[in-house]
Structure formats: C-alpha cells, structure tokens
Ligand binder design. Structure first.
Ligand code: TRP
Length: 718
C-alpha cells in the first residue's frame, strides 16, 4: 500500500475504534508500570544474549509501532533516526540492526530518553487511532499490542535472570506475581481420542498467524494431569538421581546436563540442606506445593520418563482445554507447559503479509511448543490455540510440566499399580499398598491361606459368626440391603444371609474383579430372592453404591479383620466414610483379630506349607507379569514379624542379596537384608477397637469374643 493512499484512506474503509485507542493506552501504560520498580541501572544491563534489558524492551515495543505503522506516514517525524537500527530485533525487511548480544552495552540512550521516545510515538499513535484507521492499520496496531504484551512477560522473565546473576539475590518487588499453588494431589482427566480441532477458530478477535489456519488433528485416548508438576515432585526426581542418570535423558539433553552442570531447575540453590530459589518477590525456600518453574524441555522430558509418563502433544493439550476447561487447573496463570510437539507450521500456514511476516514463521524449526500461560503472562493475553515456542534447552522462561499418559485409564488399573510400585520402591523403607496383592492368582492364594492349619482367623471367625448370626439378624431386623467390604469369596456372607430372610439386596465390593464376579454369581444362584449388585472397586477410596441399594436400610459387613490392614488413622477414616456411605440407621458388623501370643500370630502369617510366602511373593510375580519388572523371585524371601510396640504383624519381602531391579524405566537398588514392607495386620483389644469406632461416630452395640485363639466381632450402630 502506497503512503499516499494510506494518508488519504477512502472514508468507507476508515474505522474509528474507540476500544482500540483505549486499549492502546492501557497496554502501553502497563508496560511502564512493570518497569516502575526498576532503577535505570537495572534497566540497562543484559544478563545473557537470550535476555534483553528492560530499557531495550521499552524501546523495541515502541519501535514496532513506529516502524510498521507510523514510518510510512509523511507527516510523521522520527524521534531519532538511529533508533530504527538500535531497536530492530530480528526483522531483515526492516533493515540492519544492533547485534542482539550487545543490547546491554547501551548506556545511551538513557532510560529517560527511551521514555521520551515512548511519549513521542504514543502521541502520534493516539492521534492516529483517535482519528480512525483503515483495517490494515488496525490489524497492525492490534498485532503491536499483542507484541507489547509478549514483551511485558519478557521484562519480568529477563529481570529475574539478571537478578539471578546478582549474589545479593534482589527482589523485583514484594508481592510480585507468583504461581497458583497446587491444591492437593494431581487427578487424571481422561479424554477419548478422535478427530479434534486445533488452531484459532475463525472469527476470533485476534490470533497470531502461527495459530492459523484452524484444522483437524487425530488424537488417541489419553489422560492429562489436572495440575502442574510440583516442586515436591521435582525434589523426589532430584533425590532419585534424576540429573545423574543418562537413561532418562534425550541425548542432546544429557549433553546439556553435563556441559552446564545441571543438578536442579534454574535458580535453585541448596542452602543448609534445603532448596531455595529466586522468585520475583525475592530469594525464598522452594515451596513444595507450588508448580516447578524454569525447567527446560529436556528436563521436562526426563522427568516424564522417570515417572513412566510423557508430555502431551499440542493437539492433546488443546483438545483437553476445549472439551474440559473447568477440570484442568493452572492452565494460564502459573507456568508455560512444554509439549512434545515441535514448532512447525500448520497445514495451509501463510506468514502474515509484509515485514511482520517475519514475526513467527521464520522460527519454525528446532524449537518446541509450550501451551497455556504463566504467572508473568498478562491476563487475557493467551488462549486455547496460543503457541509459545522456545529452544529445548532454554530455562529462563516461566516454564513447567503438565504430564500426560496414554489411554483413558479405564483399562489401566495397571497404571495405578505402576505408580504405586514406583512411588513405594522410591521410599527409604520400601513399601507397596497391599491392595495390589489381589489379582486372580493373589485371590486364589489368599483362599489357600485361609485353609492352612496355622491361619486361625477365618476358621475362628466363621465359627463365631455361625453362633451369633441370629442375634446380629435380630438387631438388624430392619436392614434390607447387605453391603460387604472386601467380599473375596463371600463365604461368611452366607451365615448372615441365611439368618436374615428380610434381606432383598446384596452389594459385594472387592478390588479383584474375577474373585468378585465368581462369588457374586454363586450367591445369586444360591439365594434367588436376593438381588446381587457387585461393585468392582477399592473400598478405601470414596465410591457410590449401585441404585439397588437406594431402597432400605443397610447392614454393612466387614469381616476377616481386614480393618487391621489399615493404619489406625486410616481405619478411623474408613469407619467414618462407611458411616456416610451406609446412611441413616445403618448397622455395621466388623471382624477384628485380637492381640495374643507372638508365636501363634507369627505362625498364622508364615505357615509351614508356604501359602503365605507364595501370596506375598506373588506381588513381585505380578509386577513382572503386568509391568515388565525383572524381580528375581528366588532372591526374595517372605518374613512375618510381630511388632509388639505397634501391635501389628508385619509382612515383608526380604532381599536375600544386594541386587538391582528394573521397573517402569527405573532401577531400584536393594541391599542384602533390605525389605519391602508389604502389609500390616493390626491386632486389637475389644476395648481398643470400640474406642476407635466410637471416635468415628458409631455406637458400639455389642462385641463378641471367640474361645482361643481369640477373635472378635463387633456390631456397630449409626
Ligand atoms: N485381614 C486379614 C489379616 O490381616 C487377612 C489378610 C489380609 C491376610 N492380608 C493378608 C492374611 C496377608 C495373610 C496374609 O489377617
């Protein structure tokens, strides 16, 4: 477009856009406000070639409007013709420029002169916008403002890096923007695969050329963490030797780790055994709950490998944000999220026309895309289609990690198994949650334990229940729905069912799907009057009862002293949750094994025929089968010990020699004699258990004790 045409636009194409000139003023003012806490010296120095001095940012954003909008107008007089050279960043079409690494050598123009330059350009721009502009100029102004907002983020990013070079660890300002803390554990949000839309939807007020054109992408089933990876999680990675294990790293990444001596995210420092970091508000202990910041793509990728997970692709990230925005936390306000996608043009991409075509397109090689936004991103600047991009080694951005996994997770209780194994084997005292004992083989072996001579609880409890079932039934005469926790083979259930003809429904809950299905089928066959509605699930986590349980009062049944497999505080939590689940006027029957001599106890968990040993070792066999672990089953042995102080039997798997085991891409070391703690079985007194139940809000109606070996059954009322 010729200058003459631009000077005298046809009246019809001239737009007066009050919103735009207002926005221009607001954005320009915000940039100055960000520079406010900084002295002229702070604004002059450049800490590395990637970062620029604040003063340069102030000049360059001004140059953008001058060069692409004002310069071609005959009436415009440049503030200083030399600035065209000084403040050009990378636009070849706009002529030669000052070398980027030398931006910090400019003591002239002074910070004051750069502000005068801003005022000069602002006066011209404001007059222009107030008078109305053609659509091309409008589009350039809108681009200039988005550009300026990007530099607002860079002002913060770059000043932090500069202060990071200063041994005094100065603060940018107290109360500066900080990431949103992560409230609680990460949840997976699952997405079904298919064709999805990526890119800026047509009709959006503004989007960069690199977000266009919108198109389609094919994604598989996947899951996304609903929050970012935390500092606490990152510390676990460090402590597991994350920065010392080449097998976790991309080759280029490992080269960086070694060349630059990385041992932690940028700005982290170890003082008196604790991690500290530099934030915009100053030097502070690393907040374990806050998202990790200042990690490179290489680190993000290594961390994901360590977790046995991966980074999301751009298409997955965008699909997730478009379909479940409310379920994902820390999207735009904490850290840019590295994706596994290289920064490349979308099919059909055309750089914007003219010199601004150099804005994004020419960088489309060798960089990785980040999605979302950070604590430094101006509010409202980003959007679902926004593509940020940096080289995979760069760490001075507010960049973090959102993990992804393959599949929706429905197929993958194995996923939970892997996570629990990896987490548990990473602890100083290795341990694994006992629920993973119960695959089909584990459930079968458990039944075998109950048949052994030494394992008295099943036999003793069954005999006791046979005796007291009529009394239980009498006290629970109003209950019509029987809910059993950890039902296994549902043998004892029959005693209750046969004594309680008023029952109409039975809801067995168990983690082992095969054991549950078989037991439920047998009960349904033997008691045709009973509706059976099995629930496959982990009853230690919140769960819903099937609709069939909606009618009638409930009788809960929790035999086998399974309550003893919880830690006391977990037992309290369970009892409280059961009270809520079972509802008004419910009853709950709990079987509890009682304290007795160590010999009887230890023998019960270490039978001569080796059923318990086989059951315990099956956990490792299962990890080999399902997770591809390489446990040598002959190199571990079963141990059961009575811990009198804790009033519990402990089961361990003892490493018979020094060895290493591979699991989920990780290596776990075992010293000779080191153990994996696999289960506790707490033993109670009737008084002790009654107190626990009372504390959880239950009324203790009655307790019974068997003859030797002693076993207890307690009836609780809501
Ligand atoms: N809860 C019972 C107990 O602690 C049954 C049980 C659970 C068990 N896990 C076990 C028995 C492991 C033997 C081994 O006795």
């Amino acid at each position: 477009m010729s200058a003459a045409a631009d000077e005298a636009p046809a009246a019809a194409s001239r737009v007066v856009h009050a919103g735009l000139s207002q926005r221009y003023r607001a954005v320009r003012a915000r940039t100055l406000a960000l520079a406010e806490p900084l002295s002229a010296e702070d604004q002059t120095v450049q800490s590395m070639p990637d970062a620029s001095p604040t003063k340069w940012h102030l000049g360059h954003t001004t140059w953008f409007f001058e060069t692409f909008i004002l310069a071609e107008r005959p009436s415009y007089r440049r503030f200083d013709p030399g600035f065209a050279y000084l403040f050009n960043s990378y636009y070849e079409a706009a002529g030669p420029r000052h070398a980027r690494p030398k931006r910090g050598l400019l003591t002239r123009p002074s910070a004051e002169t750069v502000r005068a330059y801003r005022r000069h350009v602002d006066a011209a721009m404001e007059a222009l916008l107030d008078g109305g502009v053609d659509t091309r100029t409008e589009a350039l102004a809108v681009l200039g403002l988005a550009h300026e907002e990007q530099h607002q983020e860079l002002i913060l990013t770059d000043i932090l890096h500069l202060f990071g070079e200063n041994p005094l660890r100065p603060a940018y300002r107290q109360g500066a923007p900080a990431p949103a803390p992560a409230p609680g554990p990460a949840e997976w949000v699952a997405f079904e695969g298919g064709l999805t839309m990526v890119g800026a939807e047509p009709g959006l007020a503004f989007a960069f050329d690199n977000e266009q054109p919108a198109g389609q992408a094919l994604v598989g089933d996947f899951r996304l963490a609903d929050r970012l990876t935390t500092n606490a999680e990152w510390i676990a990675f460090i402590e597991d030797g994350g920065y010392q294990r080449p097998e976790l790293w991309l080759s280029e990444g490992w080269d960086r780790v070694r060349a630059e001596g990385w041992t932690a995210p940028l700005y982290w420092e170890r003082r008196d055994g604790a991690w500290w970091t530099l934030t915009l508000s100053g030097f502070a202990p690393v907040d374990p709950a806050a998202p990790v910041l200042h990690v490179s793509y290489y680190e993000a990728d290594a961390y994901a490998s360590w977790r046995g997970l991966r980074l999301p692709t751009e298409a997955e990230w965008e699909h997730a944000v478009r379909t479940a925005p409310g379920r994902l936390r820390q999207l735009y306000d904490s850290a840019w999220q590295w994706t596994a996608s290289a920064y490349a043009p979308y099919p059909g991409f055309r750089p914007a026309a003219g010199a601004v075509g150099e804005y994004n397109g020419k960088f489309m090689v060798s960089q990785m895309v980040l999605r979302g936004g950070s604590l430094a991103t101006p509010p409202g600047h980003s959007r679902p289609s926004y593509r940020n991009f940096f080289h995979p080694w760069q760490r001075w951005q507010f960049s973090g990690v959102r993990l992804a996994a393959d599949g929706t997770g429905e197929e993958a209780s194995a996923e939970g198994f892997l996570e629990d194994m990896v987490d548990g084997l990473s602890l100083p005292q290795k341990k694994v949650p006992p629920k993973w004992f119960y695959d089909a083989e584990g459930s079968r072996l458990f039944e075998a334990i109950c048949e052994t001579r030494e394992y008295y609880p099943t036999r003793t409890e069954t005999a006791l229940l046979r005796e007291i079932a009529p009394e239980i039934a009498a006290r629970a005469a109003e209950a019509t729905v029987l809910v059993e926790f950890g039902s296994g083979a549902s043998v004892k259930t029959r005693l209750i069912v046969e004594a309680s003809p008023q029952l109409v429904a039975y809801v067995p809950i168990d983690i082992s799907e095969p054991a549950l299905a078989e037991a439920a089928a047998r009960i349904a066959r033997d008691y045709p009057q009973l509706k059976v509605a099995p629930v496959v699930g982990d009853f230690t986590a919140p769960l819903d009862l099937p609709p069939i349980a909606g009618r009638g009062r409930r009788l809960g049944f929790f035999p086998g002293s399974t309550i003893g497999n919880f830690r006391p505080e977990e037992a309290g939590v369970f009892l409280r949750a059961a009270r809520t689940l079972l509802g008004r006027e419910a009853k709950l029957v709990v079987g509890v094994d009682l304290v007795k001599d160590a010999q009887t106890l230890e023998a019960a968990y270490d039978d001569a025929a080796g059923a318990t040993a086989a059951f315990n070792l099956n956990l490792l066999a299962r990890a080999n089968r399902e997770l591809g672990a390489d446990f040598d089953l002959d190199a571990f042995s079963h141990r059961a010990v009575w811990n009198a102080r804790e009033s519990r039997i402990e089961m361990h798997l003892v490493s018979r020699k020094p060895q290493t085991v591979r699991l989920g891409g990780r290596t776990f070391r075992f010293a000779e004699g080191e153990t994996i703690h696999t289960e506790n079985s707490y033993k109670f007194t009737l008084e002790g258990f009654s107190a626990l139940a009372a504390e959880a809000g239950w009324r203790v109606e009655r307790g019974w004790r068997s003859s030797d070996p002693a076993f207890g059954v307690v009836l609780l009322g809501a």
